[in-house]
Ligand binder design. Sequence first.
Ligand code: GLP
Length: 260
Amino acid sequence: MEVLIFNKDVNASRYAAKMFAKLIRKKPAAVLGLATGSTPCLLYAELRQQHEEEGLDFSRITSFNLDEYVGLDGDHPQSYRYFMQQALFDHINVHPGKVHLPDGKSDDIPANCVDYEKNISAAGGIDLQVLGLGSDGHIGFNEPSSSLASRTRIKTLTRETREDNARFFDSADEVPQHCITMGIGTIMEARQIVLLAFGERKATAVKQVVEGPISAMWPATILQMHPSVVVLLDDAAAASLDQKDYYREVADNKPDWQRI
Ligand code: GLP
């Protein structure tokens, strides 16, 4: 696990954008794993800018989002489909048929989840997956106690997550109780993963993810078992890490060929 600590979230987001841009330039038909929430907003702003100003070409990419609320239509302003359209898809040259989110209004959720997994495999698997981090350590919507081998499925959100996400709704009670999320096993099959976490609200979860024991009670700790994970933090999110000085030393002394 590579841990990079930045003075500002915008600088961490620029680094993540460089990782995506490098991949897309090398592999124009790359398969991207995308996330929602506040955390990736600056990353998506940077990618929009790279598309507008540098012609970063998304025309051949395929994407799969991590999750979606059950019961919300794609045009509901709090649906993750709507979020992705506003934050990214409407501003870049993606092929609309190649961007995928779970269908929160599906009549047959288990079948939709099986199809989602099949579609990821048929596309060749995810090349680069971006993740945010729940304050309870969730990735996607894999809440504490999720199987570390889980696949795409329906989940019930914890009260903590519904309260965290209430800021996007009128109240916590309006936040749907259920979601569809890629499983932890699904996420772990991505070839490379970049996890972003910003702000002091994430510091406890970050400490667990980077330096804690692997546990289903902090689902993101499973990332310690992935061979290619980059964790991008701001100072506030990194505040509780014991080995901060070492992570900085590693970053400062990286050989040139390892830099992006
Ligand atoms: C949400 C999403 C996650 C996201 C996390 C953090 O519930 N399902 O994918 O990473 O919670 O959200 P935020 O980035 O807004 O802090």
